[in-house]
Design a binder for this molecule. Structure first.
Ligand code: C5P
Length: 206
């Protein structure tokens, strides 16, 4: 049986992964299911909010990778899934799930998706989005304040205490698994069009 094409987009926080994923969705007229690693943050709902917000969210152990692998396998086999929903404001997994339909192109996006070999094996193309750390930090500061309910002090403290050291220990070294490295991800017109043509080639050969 044919399987869906799986594209993995890894890269540090604020690197432009989401912009690239959205570009791919547009290029394939929505024949794309987008799965973010963030959906699979482990549920620490048993801890009080004040404890949850201090957790290290940039270590591989923060993710429920078993569930993610299982669900990507299902999508690849054209089976629908009910994926978890995570709240960055509550730092918690919500009670509801969202049904995701299988489509011909599955895009997986996340900081640590190249870190686990089981996830890497499911990918047909592995893309690492690269951007300078100061640019990534600036984007994250703006996003976390506007969209994730944070203040300046908490974003800076989290960045220095966990985000930056974990990036250096786990995210940056996972770049070696990439098939291609794209500077500035979705903002890179040439690289985006080349990637789109490559995916079209794989699809038409199946
Ligand atoms: O979208 P992005 O790739 O930036 O999402 C990953 C980031 O989300 C991680 O760097 C992690 O620090 C952050 N995060 C957070 N609070 C949570 C869960 C994740 O700030 N509760």
């Amino acid at each position: 049986m044919d399987k869906a094409v799986v594209i993995g987009i890894a890269g540090g926080t604020g690197s432009g992964k989401t912009t690239l994923a959205v570009r791919l969705k547009k290029a394939f007229e929505n024949d794309v299911t987008l799965i973010c690693q963030d959906y699979y943050y482990k549920s620490f709902n048993h801890l009080p909010f004040e404890e949850r917000k201090k957790l290290n969210f940039d270590h591989p152990n923060s993710f429920d990778t078993d569930l993610m692998v299982e669900q990507i396998k299902d999508l690849k086999d054209f089976k629908p899934i009910h994926r978890p929903v995570y709240s960055f404001i509550e730092h918690a997994r919500l009670a509801e799930t969202i049904r995701e339909e299988p489509r011909h192109v599955i895009v997986i996006e996340g900081i640590l998706i190249f870190q686990d070999p089981r996830l890497r094996e499911l990918m047909d193309i592995k893309v690492f989005v690269d951007a300078d750390a100061d640019i990534r930090f600036a984007r994250r500061l703006i996003r976390d304040i506007h969209e994730r309910g944070r203040d300046i002090d908490s974003v800076i403290n989290q960045y220095l205490n966990t985000v930056k050291p974990m990036h250096e220990a786990f995210v940056e070294p996972s770049k070696k698994y990439a098939d291609i490295i794209i500077p500035e991800g979705g903002f890179n017109e040439v690289a985006c069009s080349m990637l789109i043509e490559k995916i079209k080639g794989i699809l038409s050969a199946r």
